[in-house]
Design a protein around this ligand. Structure first.
Ligand code: NDP
Length: 292
């Protein structure tokens, strides 16, 4: 076992309600989702790089909340955390792949290292968690996987290409996954928030690439506006958590759920643009088959 805190069960425990496994639960969406699940009477394994950040949440629900150390770029640790959760509670009902951070920079400004590190965090980590959790969910014949993507996982704009690439990758994987696991009674929910008041834009969480002057006009405003939005974003992460629980409880859980007025407007605009462009080029698109 990999018990990290005194609160971890030392033997098989009958869980109360559903069993949630949440990454990046120390702040923002992860913390709000953990709090909402606990308020709903469920059991939560809340993971964080620094589990002590969850001490207050655990102290408020000592019989239903456990904090474990997990850096989602550590694949061996992922396997251990999932195995311990299943060992202690006998099941995993909801996996929330939430851990993440922002990176601002033009595509040419982004180094291979920066791109790979962000893929490890937003794509390979969640993929490993999905692989580890699915055998338990398939055995149960039920479960749900929540993938915290972004409005930037559906569309992109200057300065966020690398961030969007990692979230697009997560969404592509998840769209296929949803169809693969539906026959096993497992739901996949891709969440696409706009700008929410979490730790995302402040406190050094947001990373920036080295700047190339040629991109200053397009990317410079993003470099200042994102950190400048800290503490003023329209989105409330507690309301996002409530929306996620409602979507999971629905008989027809959507595959994608934009959150916030900004995300909803941007997704509608992107859908309209994509449709108009496909229509405008339809004849060309259909003209590429052999003539025989
Ligand atoms: P926060 O900064 O409040 O939370 C991010 C969480 O991810 C923190 O708990 C942080 O832990 C954790 N984290 C970062 N790196 C790792 C790692 N390697 N392993 C484990 N945990 C890690 O921001 P949000 O709540 O906003 O972010 C949550 C998710 O929401 C992210 O995936 C983000 O991309 C997405 N999102 C956020 C938006 C927003 O406007 N807030 C918009 C769209 C999407 P630590 O405390 O150790 O740093």
């Amino acid at each position: 076992m990999n018990a990290d805190t005194a609160a971890t069960p030392d033997a098989r425990t009958e869980p109360t309600g559903r069993v949630w496994l949440i990454t990046g639960a120390s702040s923002g969406f992860g913390r709000s989702i953990a709090a909402a699940a606990l308020a709903a009477g469920d059991t939560v394994v809340a993971t964080a790089r620094r589990p002590e950040a969850l001490d207050d949440l655990i102290a408020a629900h000592p019989d239903r909340a456990v904090a474990l150390q997990l850096d989602v770029t550590d694949q061996a640790r992922i396997a251990a955390v999932v195995a311990d959760t299943a060992l202690w509670y006998g099941r995993i009902d909801v996996l929330v792949n939430n851990a993440g951070l922002g990176l601002v920079g033009a595509v040419e400004e982004t180094t291979d290292r920066e791109l790979r590190d962000l893929m490890d965090l937003h794509f390979f980590g969640p993929a490993a968690l999905v692989r580890a959790a699915l055998p338990h969910m398939r055995r149960q014949g039920s479960g749900a996987i929540v993938q915290m993507s972004s409005m930037g996982g559906r569309l992109s704009f200057p300065g966020v290409g690398a961030y969007s690439a990692t979230k697009f990758a997560l969404e592509g994987l998840s769209e296929a996954l949803a169809a693969e696991v539906a026959p096993h009674g497992i739901k996949v929910l891709i969440v696409e928030p706009g700008s929410f008041r979490t730790g995302f834009a402040g406190g050094g969480a947001l990373r920036q690439t080295a700047a190339i002057p040629a991109y200053e006009e397009l990317v410079g405003p993003v470099r200042t506006s994102l950190p400048g939005s800290d503490g003023k974003q329209e989105g409330d992460p507690d309301k996002a958590a409530a929306a996620i629980l409602a979507a999971l409880a629905a008989e027809r859980t959507p595959m994608r759920l934009p959150l916030g007025n900004d995300a909803t407007d941007a997704v509608f605009a992107a859908l309209d643009t994509a449709r108009a462009e496909t229509v405008a080029w339809e004849k060309v698109s259909r003209s590429t088959g052999f003539d025989d």
